[in-house]
Design a protein around this ligand. Sequence first.
Ligand code: COA
Length: 215
Amino acid sequence: MDLTDIWPPYGVRITEADLELQIMRESDAPELVELVRSGIHDPDRMPFLFPWTRRSDHEAPAEYMRFMARTKTGCTPDDWDLQFVVRVGGELVGTQGITAKNFPVVRTVETGSWLALRHQGRGIGTRMRRAVCAFAFDELGAAEVTSHAFQDNPASLAVSRKVGYRNNGTRRVARESELAIEQSFVLTPQDLVRTDPIHTTGAGPLRSFLGLAGI
Ligand SMILES: CC(C)(COP(=O)(O)OP(=O)(O)OC[C@H]1O[C@@H](n2cnc3c(N)ncnc32)[C@H](O)[C@@H]1OP(=O)(O)O)[C@@H](O)C(=O)NCCC(=O)NCCS
């Protein structure tokens, strides 16, 4: 047996040209923590509902390890969180996640992502979101993909629209103790804007692991 037989998410690989998504492993932590420390957004902005990027350099590394461990131990067929590290030409640039609750029945996944500041604005965010949405529809049998972004996050809003999501209402939320408006989006398989070919390996064992054999 190897590790991917025991933990099938580790066997999944999604590629589009030089872009590659693989499930986050402990061995990615040093690069990930460096990337987080290099900056994800201007300090006077907050793109995340839970402001995890405010952690000090002292707290951040151990908290990131705890996040990675929670993500793995909490991953069951009824409640899963698949966090992919994203590499371009082999260099780690950010993460792309999909989460779902009661997926075998509901068939909805939610996307969430970030790139280090120095890798933003070059189309990578659009490519990685498109790749993971294609994976959710084609390999996991998702019926819809949802996403949320604050109305003052134009890059994230633009990515959702370019990939084909439609507006799906707004939510009033407390962000760092102040009111913020979050835009909700929904994407269906027929609305996904497909461009470059996307290749996946390791999806079969993942489907069994997630209780989706036979979809
Ligand atoms: C959101 C994020 C993943 C997008 O990735 P990215 O690689 O920067 O985005 P892309 O380059 O693929 O595309 C961004 C699109 O947004 C548009 N955009 C960026 N900034 C913009 C602005 N200020 N106003 C309007 N459009 C803007 C770009 O023009 C581009 O569209 P185009 O290709 O049609 O020109 C990335 O910016 C990021 O990680 N931000 C910080 C964390 C974050 O916000 N995460 C999401 C939380 S919901």
